[in-house]
Design a protein. Sequence first.
Length: 172
Amino acid sequence: MDNIYLVGFMGSGKSTLGKKLSEIKNYEFIDTDKEIEKINSMTINQIFKNFDESFFRQEELSLLKTILKQKKTIISTGGGFVCFNNIMKTIKKNGISIYLKYSSKNLYKRLKENYQERPLINKIQENKREEFISELLQKREKFYLESNFVIDCLSLNEDDILRKINSLISTT
Ligand code: S3P
């Protein structure tokens, strides 16, 4: 069975949905951030602080090599995972990618209480955060939109999204 990659901006629910989906489908589960934290024995915040973003992107790339050897795995990717090192092109050859799409306004709301663990956002002043999210989404959406499927999540609850993913992957 092909691997399934959940793709999208920070705060789009990739980790929670990926875990649940893996339980429903009886697939293996990899959360790229959690895996990189484990490999380095550091939190994402510490990795960005002690090294830098380019180190983290190399860690994502090297983790991808391991993922490509796996089958029947759901992968919840970090928000920048598919935006560097041609990773989007590579994963499209290896599995099915699904973009969980939200507007930047909605992502800002979803991230409001949840930015502390996210080094790219927690360094931004509160009054600049919404604009930062909007600009970063604009830069990144071209990568996300290369996914095999796009789910417009705005008016859907978690169960709706899970059902939708399930029906999409059953047709492939
Ligand atoms: C990042 C998103 C984060 C994490 C890191 C960088 C990004 O993952 O990989 O903080 O570049 O968008 P989540 O999408 O799970 O927050």
